[in-house]
Design a protein around this ligand. Structure first.
Ligand code: ADP
Ligand code: MG
Length: 398
């Protein structure tokens, strides 16, 4: 449907905005371009409808070299949505929607039918067709902007950060709506965004660009699983990399199955003995049925050694734990953000079945996630009520 062959664009003054772009896009695909500001996304997009012409290389639409076509005809055959909505303030919503059909000299009847048909697609009442843009909210105006790109029944639609200016809730619902619309109508969409969540949500394939070049062109899944390099990893963000771990989904799958624990009826003497042996400074406490009751730590033992004799005397019952079938992605943030060195894992009956350590998390994610999270955790330490995080000599490796 759309093919780039060795396409480059050098602006006057020598700035190489796009460098040797080679892409093959299929009919009906939803393609997102993403990358840092200035990497060449808008330039790439505008070359497709010849608002900008390449310095080198060729672009084909349906195997036809676009340079062989009349630029105006070409432009009208391609839908185009820009960030600033771009509705004409002095025109009614109807006239805004059918701007291109009008230029294409559709008969009045057909234009009106089309406008009615379209406004239904985005769940706005037909009366709105007679209103002016300022009478609509930002989100409603953006919907109209999208409709305008669909109006002339173009099969190829270019969208340059179309939802960028919207509030998150409106953006969310418009994304949803638009994705459904696209699938229903079978359009090919080229969509520029700088929001990775948006790209993952919408795209069949994502083009990641840096400095005018394609770094990776693949499905969201593949990019999450196999980021091409550190730049892509960085761009995706560490949270998403953790979430994308394909086989490690539940806490139970990565936990350490031999947590160090003691029963609630034991003496502090015995507790100290276990701590020494296992080289840990906190102990999880369970009852005879191995149900998690809390924890004790060496500091509390020390503070209370004159009055307390048994584990139960200094038991801290307020303990943060997770269920073993909890999805990892839902716990990772809590564990890292709260600064816990480890977190006990329980089954449905609250039986202690394991612990998840920061070390076990780090084993499965990229080294790059670490530094920053560690600092965040340190900064949060003071606010943490549970002293579990202080287990410097934690139970890892036992
Ligand atoms: P993006 O849309 O990814 O933010 P652009 O395609 O707008 O990036 O720009 C790519 C690069 O080309 C940037 O360095 C930008 O400054 C430069 N550029 C864009 N338009 C022009 C222009 N008309 N003249 C000179 N340089 C430009
Ligand atoms: Mg841009």
């Amino acid at each position: 449907m759309l093919r780039f062959e060795h396409v480059s664009k050098t602006y006057k003054g020598g700035k190489k905005a796009v460098n040797d772009l080679n892409l093959n896009i299929e009919r009906g695909e939803f393609i997102c371009f993403i990358g840092p500001s200035g990497c060449g996304k808008t330039t790439t997009m505008k070359m497709i409808n010849r608002l900008i012409e390449p310095t080198e290389g060729k672009i084909f639409i349906n195997d036809k070299d676009i340079m062989q076509e009349d630029p105006v005809t070409l432009r009208r055959s391609i839908g185009y949505v820009i960030q600033q909505i771009g509705l004409m303030p002095h025109m009614t919503i109807r006239d805004n929607i059918v701007l291109v059909p009008k230029l294409l000299k559709w008969p009045e009847e057909r234009k009106n039918e089309r406008a009615k048909e379209l406004i239904k697609l985005v769940d706005l009442p037909e009366e709105y067709l007679d209103r002016y843009p300022y009478e609509l909210s930002g989100g409603q105006q953006q919907r109209i902007g999208v409709l305008r790109a669909l109006a002339a029944e173009q099969n190829l639609i270019l969208m340059d950060e179309p939802f960028g200016a919207l509030d998150p809730i409106t953006r969310d619902s418009l994304q949803e709506e638009f994705k459904n619309l696209q699938q229903e109508l079978g359009k090919t969409i080229i969509f520029v965004t700088h929001d990775m969540d948006e790209a993952i949500k919408l795209a069949d394939r994502i083009v990641i660009m840096r400095a005018g070049e394609v770094v990776q062109f693949d499905t969201p899944d593949e990019i999450l699983r196999n980021p091409a390099d550190a730049f892509v990893e960085d761009f995706i963000g560490k949270d998403r990399l953790i979430q994308a771990q394909p086989n490690v989904t539940q806490v139970g799958q990565i936990m350490n199955r031999a947590p160090v624990s003691i029963t609630v009826d034991k003496s502090l003497q015995a507790a100290i003995q276990v701590m020494k042996e296992k080289r840990v400074d906190t102990l999880l406490v369970v009852d005879e049925q191995n149900i998690l009751k809390g924890f004790i730590d060496v500091e509390q033992i020390d503070k209370n050694r004159r009055t307390a004799t048994s584990v139960v005397d200094i038991l801290e019952r307020n303990v943060f734990y997770v269920q073993k079938d909890t999805l990892l992605r839902d716990t990772v943030q809590r564990i890292l953000k709260r600064g816990y060195k480890y977190v006990p894992v329980v089954d449905e009956g609250k039986h202690l079945v394991g612990i998840v350590t920061r070390a076990s998390l780090v084993d499965m994610v990229y080294d790059s996630i670490w530094g920053e999270e560690e600092e965040e955790a340190d900064a949060n330490k003071q606010e943490v009520e549970s002293p579990l995080h202080e287990a410097e000599n934690s139970q890892e490796g036992n």
